[in-house]
Design a protein around this ligand. Structure first.
Ligand SMILES: Nc1ncnc2c1ncn2[C@@H]1O[C@H](COP(=O)(O)OP(=O)(O)OP(=O)(O)O)[C@@H](O)[C@H]1O
Ligand SMILES: [Mg+2]
Length: 362
């Protein structure tokens, strides 16, 4: 894959090459490293324990290649934000290594060098950015300049992104007068106006309307196409299914499944999902013998069934409607959401996981 010039210029003093390059380690120091365009973000056996007892990340290992969009999915409190915060030095791992490239081959240790990490990675935090007293476009251009872009290049790309995401009518609006969704879009553009080799986006599509979400996903794919390694936290399983190359499912701090969306769904191949919307106040029905898995999510009663059992399933769910237990149903192909529900056992909006002890490090 050819790496275009905008990425080559993305980090201050950092040019993607096989040659030795200089990376700022602190405000005053620099060091040499041998990063190449092929170097991946490597998270190796990372554990993060808060307060001596809450294990927010439990021996997490994953790798995000340049050119790839990698999704992190999991319920509230699973440890996703904790994981991405450690990449850019906002939290320090209790143990484990986070690097860009293999350390043995001249890669860079991002935990030991947080200044370099911030130079090499761009980041959209989960919380809204404090840009109340700045106009939208000023905030975007300022971030581009801080990240080392030239005035002309930043102005041009900021304009292109504002147009692509259709927020031109708010470009001179102050942050404190922006709607939640537009503020999110401004934060997103701030993160990608001068992208690093690694782009970390923590729930970028939150609060954004469905049409602009599509535009965002197109820009996210474009970042990867131009060579960034994109690590993206999301609760939107269906969007992730369409748009990420690979994903990890995190629960209670651990990676419980990893792979492409298709490979993650392979255990559900040949099955259908039956969703019955129960009448308010109805208890879940007795699970029928043909159900392969079943979950209750709010008022949604979800079953997976083998394809040959489809007619039997329809008869059964029609019986629920006739007897006033369910108000409607839907039968269709299984989705990544079914895999998610099977592996996590509850949906995205469910209660946060409770405190737990760290697993022993053998
Ligand atoms: N600074 C902190 N100090 C103590 N505990 C923390 C801290 N930050 C996070 N936690 C705890 O670590 C666990 C993981 O939190 P984290 O924010 O990483 O979850 P998450 O997967 O990003 O959840 P969400 O989807 O709700 O954003 C939670 O139990 C949380 O309460
Ligand atoms: Mg989070």
């Amino acid at each position: 894959m050819s790496i275009p010039t905008f990425l080559e210029q993305a980090s201050v003093g950092s040019v993607i090459t096989n040659q030795t390059e200089s990376i700022a380690m602190t405000d005053t120091e620099t060091t040499s490293t041998r990063l190449t365009a092929r170097d991946a973000l490597i998270i190796d056996d990372v554990t993060k324990v808060y307060g001596g007892s809450l294990c927010a990340n439990d021996r997490v290992s994953l790798r995000v290649e340049p050119g790839e969009v990698y999704g992190l999915l999991g319920p509230n409190g699973a440890g996703k934000t904790t994981l991405v915060s450690q990449i850019i030095g906002l939290a320090t791992p209790t143990s484990g290594v986070i690097s860009l490239g293999n350390l043995a081959d001249g890669g860079i240790d991002l935990v030991a060098n947080p200044a370099a990490a911030r130079q090499l990675c761009s980041y959209l935090p989960q919380a809204q950015l404090p840009i109340d007293s700045l106009r939208a476009r000023t905030a975007i251009e300022m971030m581009g300049r801080i990240r080392g872009g030239s005035a002309d290049a930043v102005r041009e790309r900021a304009g292109a992104l504002i147009e692509a995401l259709e927020i031109g009518e708010w470009e001179t609006t102050f942050g404190n007068s922006l709607s939640g969704g537009v503020k999110r879009l401004v934060g997103f553009i701030m993160a990608i106006v001068q992208p690093g080799r690694v782009v970390i986006l923590d729930e970028p599509t939150n609060d954004v309307d469905p049409l602009r979400r599509r535009l965002m996903w197109a820009e996210i794919r474009e970042l990867a196409a131009r060579g960034s390694a994109v690590l993206l936290v999301t609760h939107n399983v269906l969007e992730a299914e369409r748009s990420v190359d690979r994903l990890a499912l995190i629960d209670e701090g651990r990676v419980v499944a990893e792979g492409t969306p298709a490979s993650m769904k392979s255990a559900d191949k040949g099955r259908l999902r039956l969703q019955a919307m129960l009448e308010p106040g109805q208890a879940p029905p007795t699970t029928p013998a043909f159900a392969r898995t079943q979950t209750m999510v709010g008022r949604r009663y979800l079953l997976t069934v083998d394809q040959p059992d489809a007619m039997q399933a329809i008869d059964w769910v029609r019986g629920l409607i006739d007897s006033g237990v369910a108000e409607e149903y839907e039968l269709g192909a299984t989705t990544l959401e079914d895999t998610y529900v099977r592996l996590i056992g509850r949906d995205n909006a469910d209660e946060p996981v409770t405190a737990r002890a760290p697993a022993s490090q053998s």
